[in-house]
Design a protein around this ligand. Structure first.
Ligand code: ADP
Ligand code: ZN
Length: 849
């Protein structure tokens, strides 16, 4: 009967860029309250707490509970107290505490930020400052007229701020700052507070998202008494009848729906409730991200597979290996290497089905958020409501509900993008990572974890099976399959032995020679578009640059418009009539004359999708042309709408960025033209060839998915590059052999690990000093001389968003040694008074940009 002794201290991870956890004292009353709430355990690991942090109150995560802090050398009196315990049943599982700790350590990511990423957005509690007028402040109803005493400048601002406060009674400081500017408001408030005219107060903000509830009515089982009792009126009967038939489920309907279906007034229900026929209760409403789909598309449940598909021999073989591994209940990783259209998705579905039958749950990670609805739809029609969908373009409410369904075990299949690797699935047995080579699995802001690699770690910690699927596996994963670390499963042929698309490279140098000037479209491509349309088939034209022109050039003085924050050229967007920075979104008006020499010979150079679309409209006025890129798909649902029109044949020719190259299945597309594959090859990045090969293969996979053969035309000024040649042949193995030799010679992954360290600051001197100190400390700490330390040097994007950026690159085969050297260098830097906030560490960077 004795409860666990109260834990007096907790270790809390805070979702801020800090690399340690903090100890707080637990007030005695709080522990008892938690115990009496029924868990009997007091405050526990995985609970959220509100704690004071600096001037703020923040939600943090309890990662440890302790009876004493003797070992830590802290004194209890100095510690701050936990302000509030947000739940007594931990929201974060022990599994997640362990996994996030690994992620935090491995990627040098703040643990609190990783923990936050595992939870649905919007459920944290934050505080805000509220300001109201004091009694004295209200007396000065009329602010002193202008010309009164006091400093001339500050006076009007103070008056304005006080007026705003008086007008509203109390105001959020954040709102004032938005109106009057942050700096002026804080100066004014400080003065007003000192003068005793206003009072500042910290108040808790409500979480932005909560479970939604509604009134529902349930039919109670009391037919016998009903017969005996006083007969019911017609309206009463009608309501009861409504609850007996669909759409009522188990005699339950939302109250409002029941009333409108039965066409009765609320008083009828109340009478029925009084007489014991029905009960009214509060029901959790699920916000369903697929609610907009037609009923048929949503599927009716787990017993409705898509139809009797007979697996091919290769599919059967792959499924057998995966199923056996699931039965083995131990960690096992597979690479499922299947050319586009080889039926990988079908294997995923059946493997998930198998896991379910074994009582396990399954997780499917997909790279692009915008692709999720389509795969999700297929999953839904197989597994019905057992599927939960998690991705960041859902509303916060939808995400919370899906997350809760997983946590409660109601949903046992989850599909989602990167962060779904942390989905709270119970008894997880299978993780599938579709398009495992995609770079979007790496988060390019803090916490910088890799979704695929974290998923593999999750599987191995749980004894689960992980399947990496791709038509163009990453060099790392294919290498792991070669060395036997992963099982290798291959689907070498397209379903129905459909031929792969024919890929031809067009040498743009000859096109240039023929015309004597640069052409956007080669004659072959123009002709092919015409022929395709004449056959009633569809084409895709791909270009990896959105906007209208790539930049604005002054022909007199050579001036180009650069982003003043990022030192990259601004892109011309005609529709918005703006020059836009694609890194920081800074936009400016298009100058009429050159800002430098005031000459009038401004010239637009390079093409973006917007211009390609315009040019194609001129060339083919009779065709229906659509465009798919980040500009046309900003609104929710726009992406699906455009693809829907294309699938329905309402668009003949679709122009777009590589967004269109991925995953979609359009049987009537028989031509894909790539305006330029060269941009990718020119990148200062060791993965440039791999990326280009992947792009070509992906694109080739888009053409000829149906009965008809497909054709791909690649325009390039380097048609002899091996990535293009093997890409055109769709020959992954030869590409791999070539590329792996280069990686080995140059000691790039998978033969070495990379750690990219970015040092940035507004002042170049500050950044440079920190960078060189860090580099020499790493060198000093590398006692065994196993690290190659490159730099500090200017980062490829030397200026970005107003900051100067330097980088240090560590190349090594010895991960352990690198981490130890880095740890010791960072500690030394901090102890020497350096500022670690300037430093960003990118473990296993996917791009050195
Ligand atoms: P991948 O994911 O490898 O690109 P998909 O799984 O999308 O390929 O399969 C391509 C097409 O082939 C889909 O339309 C799918 O329904 C169909 N398909 C898959 N497996 C089979 C099969 N065994 N028999 C017939 N059609 C199949
Ligand atoms: Zn910029």
């Amino acid at each position: 009967m004795t409860a666990t002794p109260p834990s007096h201290f907790v270790e809390v991870a805070i979702p801020l860029p800090v690399h340690q956890t903090f100890t707080y004292r637990v007030p005695a009353g709080m522990t008892e309250a938690a115990q009496s709430a029924g868990t009997g355990a007091g405050i526990q690991r995985g609970c959220r707490v509100v704690v004071p942090f600096g001037k703020r109150m923040l939600t943090g995560y309890v990662v440890e509970v302790m009876d004493s802090i003797e070992e830590t050398g802290q004194s209890a009196e100095e510690l701050k107290e936990v302000e509030e315990l947000l739940e007594v049943v931990p929201l974060i599982s022990e599994e997640m505490i362990g996994l996030t700790k690994w992620v935090a350590d491995y990627y040098y990511a703040p643990w609190g930020e990783v923990l936050k990423a595992t939870l649905p957005a919007g459920i944290n509690v934050d505080t805000e400052w509220i300001v109201s007028a004091t009694e004295e402040g209200r007396q000065t109803e009329k602010p002193a007229p202008a010309g009164g005493a006091g400093s001339q400048r500050a006076r009007p601002m103070r008056g304005k701020v006080l007026e705003a406060i008086l007008a509203q009674g109390e105001v959020r400081v954040a709102d004032l700052a938005r109106t009057f500017g942050k700096g002026p408001v804080s100066t004014a408030l400080r003065a007003l507070e000192e003068a005793g005219l206003v009072r500042m107060e910290r108040r808790r903000q409500r979480p932005t998202v909560q479970t939604r509830r509604q009134q529902a009515v349930r039919l109670l089982d009391r037919t016998e008494e009903a017969e005996a009792g006083k007969p019911l009126g017609e309206s009463h009967q009608r309501l009861l009848e409504t609850l007996r038939v669909p759409p009522a489920v188990a005699g339950v309907l939302p109250l409002s729906e029941a009333l409108s279906l039965a066409e009765v007034s609320p008083s009828i229900v109340r009478t029925l409730e009084k007489r014991g026929y029905v009960e009214i209760f509060s029901q959790v409403v699920r916000r369903d991200p697929l609610a907009h789909l037609a009923k048929g598309e949503r599927g009716s449940g787990p017993e409705s597979p898509e139809g009797p598909l007979v697996l091919t021999e290769a599919q059967t073989e792959a499924l057998r290996a995966i199923s056996e591994a699931i039965d083995g209940e131990a960690y096992r990783a597979f690479l499922l290497h299947g050319v586009t259209g080889s039926g990988k998705t079908e294997v995923y579905l059946r493997a998930m089905q198998w896991a379910l039958q074994k009582g396990r749950s399954a997780l499917l990670l997909v790279p692009e958020i915008s692709l999720t609805p389509m795969v999700a739809r297929r999953l839904r029609s197989h597994f019905g409501d057992l599927v939960a969908i998690l991705h960041s373009s859902l509303s916060e409410g939808e995400r919370l509900d899906e997350w809760e369904r997983l946590r409660r075990g109601e949903a046992r299949i989850c599909i989602g993008a990167r962060s779904a690797v942390f989905a709270p699935l119970q008894n997880l047995g299978l993780i599938i990572i579709d398009e495992e080579h995609e770079t979007s699995y790496k988060q390019d802001e803090s916490p910088r974890y890799h979704g695929r690699d974290s998923a593999i770690m999750r599987a191995s910690r749980l004894g689960a099976v992980v399947v990496l699927g791709s038509a163009t596996p990453s060099m790392e994963s294919f290498h792991n399959a070669q060395t036997g670390k992963y099982g290798y499963l291959s689907l070498a042929e397209r379903i129905g032995s459909r031929a792969m698309a024919r890929v031809e490279t067009i040498d743009m140098r000859t096109v240039f020679a023929r015309h004597g000037r640069q052409q956007i479209f080669a004659d072959e491509l123009k002709e092919a578009i015409r022929e395709t349309a004449a056959r009633g088939e569809q084409s895709i034209v791909l270009l990896n640059r959105r906007g209208y022109s790539s930049f604005l050039l002054c022909r007199s003085c050579g001036h180009t418009s650069q982003c003043r924050n990022c030192a990259v050229t601004l892109t011309y967007h005609r529709q918005q009539a703006r020059l836009v920075c694609h890194y920081c979104n800074h936009a400016e008006r298009v100058p009429q004359v050159c800002p430098d020499c005031h000459g009038g010979f401004l010239h637009y150079v390079g093409e973006g999708t917007e211009q390609i679309e315009a040019q194609l409209r001129v060339l083919y006025p009779e065709l229906r042309i659509g465009r798919l890129d980040r500009d046309t798909t900003r609104r929710r649902g726009a992406f699906e709408k455009i693809l829907g029109e294309f699938a329905a044949g309402e668009i003949d020719l679709l122009v777009g960025t590589q967004m269109i190259a991925k995953g979609h299945d359009f049987p009537n597309v028989t031509l894909v033209g790539v305006i330029s594959v060269d941009a990718g090859l020119g990148m200062p990045d060791f993965r440039a060839a791999e990326r280009t090969f992947q792009l070509v293969t992906q694109v080739a996979g888009r053409a000829g998915r149906g009965e008809k053969a497909g054709r791909v035309l690649l325009q390039s000024y380097f048609p002899d590059h091996y990535a293009l040649q093997y890409g055109a042949d769709q020959d992954y193995n030869r590409f791999y052999q070539h590329e792996i030799r280069y990686r080995e010679e140059m000691r790039y992954p998978p033969f070495a690990i990379l750690i990219n360290i970015l040092i940035r600051h507004e002042e170049l001197a500050r950044a440079a000093a920190t960078a060189s100190e860090l580099a020499s400390r790493i060198k000093a700490a590398d006692r065994e001389r196993v690290l190659r330390i490159l730099g500090p040097a200017a980062a490829p994007r030397a200026r970005l968003k107003g900051e100067h950026r330097l980088q240090i690159l560590i190349k090594t085969r010895h991960r352990r040694a690198a981490r130890e050297a880095l740890d010791s260098a960072l500690t030394g830097l901090k102890e020497g008074g350096g500022d670690p906030r300037l430093i960003t560490i990118d473990m296993d960077p996917i791009s050195l940009m």
